[in-house]
Write a protein that binds this ligand. Structure first.
Ligand code: GLA
Length: 388
């Protein structure tokens, strides 16, 4: 994490006064493959990044949270007993996490806090999950004797998105932020909650993100509509096969999708087609990784991009352009990363091609859109933790 404890501490003391508190951090994430599969009970393949959120926290003996956002230079006070909470979303994440921790029986009290982050906002790298996981981890440590297990902490962040922000997200981002491990990607089965760490050391390749700087915004976005389409398909299958145990598209087959044609919209079917394909692709990538077959991994990434763009329709012109440039430069794999509607492409590129690709992508993008995309080299880092 590039953010320094000292920087946060100086601002904490300046804006909140008194003695130092404890400092916690939690990262953003990348995802190699497995997009929009988490809320469909499928697999995801994320890893934590070095960039994240950092927060200084000190109990203040009251029932009030006094919070200062260092990046936005914004201050607010709100009671943990008030059901509505603050309006600004950067404070609502903290409020939501505190309320969810209280609902789990953690005796949360008021606290003073200052926070900052270096996950680019709107890049699809989960800056909000980083913030939620940072506070969930910290409040568990400060007020809860660390009695809440890590998966429940991830779910606290997810519930905050659902109830306080209005994004019906899956568990991937918060899971990655809490469970991240330096040098490792994680394969999570979102239905069972089982996960496995995979050492990530692709000899001869690099992972690089190209941020289109088109702001990806899931609040009020068609993200929830995509989820709804998947649920429509599940319900239609259930109606045709009442005996079948099916709660998500994880349990659906290609034949069943064919059977419900005409019972749900063609658009819903198109969305579900992507999800079924993506389920298979994650497993194919796991096999390929075990064999060290990065060409196959890259091929699946291109297929995912195609599906996200043409079937799930969460791409945008700029991201499709970056994907085309990657193809032209013979990059091994490239696709939209995260929820879509803007943000980054993730690219698996051989070391020999790296310089050529990055220079070409930046100059072509600038030529076409009149602004520079941002290049972010991926370093896989650790999950939520106490710094001091
Ligand atoms: C967002 C959501 C995640 C996941 C991805 C798409 O990042 O928060 O739960 O659905 O989109 O894979």
């Amino acid at each position: 994490m590039k953010l320094k404890i000292d920087d946060v501490r100086t601002r904490f003391i300046k804006h909140l006064g008194g003695e130092p508190g404890s400092v916690y951090a939690s990262p953003g994430r990348i995802n190699l493959i497995g997009e929009h599969t988490d809320y469909n009970g499928g697999f995801v393949f994320p890893g934590a990044v070095e960039q994240g959120m950092i927060a200084e926290i000190r109990p203040n003996g009251s029932r009030t949270i006094r919070a200062y956002s260092i990046d936005l230079k914004d201050y607010a006070e709100f009671s943990i007993d008030d059901k509505k909470g603050p309006r600004a979303s950067h404070f609502r994440y903290i409020f939501g996490v505190a309320r969810e921790m209280m609902a789990l029986g953690v005796p949360v009290q008021g606290f003073d806090t200052a926070f900052a982050g270096d996950v680019p906002n709107g890049a699809g790298m989960s800056s909000s999950a980083a913030l939620e996981s940072c506070y969930a981890f910290a409040l568990n440590d400060i007020f809860g004797d660390n009695k809440i297990d890590k998966m429940t902490l991830a779910k606290v962040g997810q519930a905050t998105e659902h109830k306080y922000i209005g994004v019906n997200c899956g568990i991937m981002d918060q899971f990655a932020s809490v469970f991240g491990k330096k040098g490792h990607l994680m394969r999570l089965d979102c239905r069972s909650g089982e996960y496995q760490y995979f050492p990530w050391n692709p000899k001869g390749y690099k992972l690089v993100l190209i941020n289109s700087c088109v702001k990806h915004e899931l609040v009020g976005s068609p993200y929830n509509d995509r989820r709804k389409s998947c649920e429509n398909c599940v319900n239609a299958i259930k109606e045709l096969h009442p005996e079948k145990e099916i709660t998500t598209l994880r349990e659906a087959t290609w034949e069943e999708l064919k059977e419900i044609e005409g019972k749900v919209s063609a658009e819903d079917i198109k969305r579900a087609n992507f999800v079924l394909g993506e389920k298979d692709r994650v497993l194919a990538v796991c096999d390929a990784l075990e064999k060290g077959d990065y060409e196959e991994v890259g091929q699946k990434m291109y297929e995912t991009h195609y599906g996200l763009s043409k079937e799930y329709e969460v791409s945008c012109e700029e991201l499709d352009f970056l994907n085309d440039v990657a193809k032209e430069c013979s990059v091994t794999g490239s696709r939209i990363m995260g929820g879509g509607f803007g943000g980054c492409t993730i690219n698996l590129v051989s070391e020999e091609l790296y310089d050529h690709f990055v220079t070409t992508a930046v100059s072509k993008f600038q030529e076409k859109y009149g602004k520079k995309p941002i290049v972010i080299n991926v370093v896989i880092g650790d999950g939520a933790r106490k710094l001091c």
